[in-house]
Design a protein around this ligand. Structure first.
Ligand SMILES: Nc1ncnc2c1ncn2[C@@H]1O[C@H](COP(=O)(O)OP(=O)(O)OP(=O)(O)O)[C@@H](O)[C@H]1O
Ligand SMILES: [Mg+2]
Length: 416
């Protein structure tokens, strides 16, 4: 039952006591090793070297007594784990028991010793030591663990402090860039306002220029028609007067007068044509529907391309300014078809529906890639768009190579 490797340190200043104790123990516990020390100092030194399982300690020693030896043993961190059994031949009174326990001893045995009782006791003491060692190891393990956790916590806290510092710096930077951004935004806002104002001015200017252009065109058309037209008529009458007075034997003169007459007629027709182009009086006299039909007819006559017009309702009218813009868009579209399309058919429709006018001009010519338009320095299409905007309308153009061009202009009636 008791470990054969049990190691006992017996401390007693009486050599004969030690010898008889050893003899008893050797006899009772097979394989036991008994180490002996004849005073307290040697006993402590041996305990350190040998690390015994139990220390049997005589109280009544000369010099350092058992209590003092026990106190020193229990003060040492390693030695304190070894159970100390006090032996005494003195009569054990209450005081010495208390003193023994205060010094740190586990048990106090009075001589003469009951041998079986001592064996049982030694067995228990070995258990106590094992448990002490286990406890100490556990404590060491725990304190290691605590150390590790403390180090880790410290590292984490350092990292957190660093991160907090970085955060403060970043926040500061962020605040700076935020205010810079706000300044930029404010600048942009001001620029935007300025841009909108200049756009507005530009639009007003464009409207003004368009109006002035239209007025000038109308005036030139009028002057051409009235002034030059009347003078040509007068010239024609004079020529007729002259023709009547040419003697019959001057056929060269008659021929010359005939040629002049033809020239005057031709010039009159050219003047009519030019003044119509500048500002067709039909637009002012008969309105947009008639003007578009007339323009389509002119186009077909000149190009031999059929151009179908449908105006719904037939009685459709619009304010003079809007009519001018719509008419100019039709004119520019037909010019483009003549110049670029290679079309064999054109359809124009102007429909009044759901409080808006919808103008559509479609040809079946070559068409173009919409992306190509950006590269060209041309003003026809952008002019059309600009005119549409002046009427608060929307302009769209659809085209694919080989499938012609379709222009759609939508103008709200209420916005006019
Ligand atoms: N009906 C059409 N069919 C085919 N291509 C067209 C048609 N209309 C316009 N285009 C293409 O779109 C381009 C731009 O037309 P836009 O009227 O803006 O300019 P332009 O006629 O070339 O010059 P301008 O400024 O004298 O009008 C044309 O050069 C032509 O390539
Ligand atoms: Mg053009």
């Amino acid at each position: 039952m008791v470990s054969t490797k049990m190691k006992i340190l017996a401390i007693d200043d009486k050599q004969d006591h030690l010898v008889s104790l050893k003899a008893i123990l050797d006899d009772l516990v097979p394989g036991i090793r008994v180490i002996m020390a004849t005073n307290g100092r040697k006993g402590i030194a041996l305990a350190m070297m040998e690390n015994p399982d139990v220390i049997l300690l005589e109280i009544g020693m000369t010099g350092m007594d058992g209590f003092e030896v026990c106190r020193q043993l229990k003060d040492d961190n390693t030695l304190s784990m070894i159970p100390v059994v006090f032996l005494t031949s003195l009569k054990t009174d209450r005081n010495s028991v208390i003193k023994a326990l205060e010094a740190g001893a586990e048990v106090l045995l009075s001589k003469p010793i009951d041998e079986m009782h001592m064996v049982t006791l030694l067995h228990s003491m070995v258990r106590i030591k094992e448990s002490n060692v286990r406890k100490q190891k556990e404590q060491e393990r725990l304190s290691d663990l605590i150390q590790q956790r403390t180090t880790k916590l410290k590292q984490e806290s350092e990292q957190r402090t660093k991160a907090e510092e970085t955060l403060v710096v970043t926040n500061l930077k962020l605040r700076k860039s935020q205010s810079a951004l706000l300044n930029i935004l404010e600048d942009l806002k001001q620029q935007n306002i300025a841009r909108k104002q200049s756009e507005e001015r530009l639009r007003e200017l464009t409207t003004h220029i368009q109006e002035v252009r239209e007025e000038e065109r109308a005036e030139i058309a009028q002057n051409l028609h009235d002034d030059l037209g009347q003078k040509l008529t007068a010239l024609n009458i004079d020529l007729a007067w002259l023709a009547a007075r040419v003697p019959v034997d001057f056929p060269e003169l008659s021929d010359k007068i005939d040629t002049m007459h033809e020239l005057i007629l031709d010039t009159a027709s050219r003047i009519k044509e030019i003044s119509s182009k500048l500002r067709p009086s039909i637009l002012d006299d008969l309105g947009i529907a008639a003007a578009i039909s007339w323009q389509a007819n002119e186009f077909s006559n000149r190009t031999d391309i059929p151009c179908k017009v449908s105006i719904i309702p037939e009685s459709l009218t619009m304010p003079s300014n809007t009519a001018t813009q719509v008419f100019r868009i039709v004119q520019e579209s037909l010019t483009n078809i003549m110049r670029h399309a290679e079309a064999s058919n054109v359809v124009i429709s102007l429909i009044e529906k759901q409080k808006k006018w919808r103008l559509r001009i479609k040809d079946n010519g070559d068409g173009f890639m919409e992306e190509e338009l950006g590269d060209k320095k041309s003003f026809g299409l952008s002019g059309m768009e600009e005119r549409t905007k002046l009427c608060n309308g929307t302009f769209s153009i659809k085209s694919k190579p080989g499938s012609g061009v379709e222009i759609i202009v939508e103008i709200p009636i209420s916005g006019q």
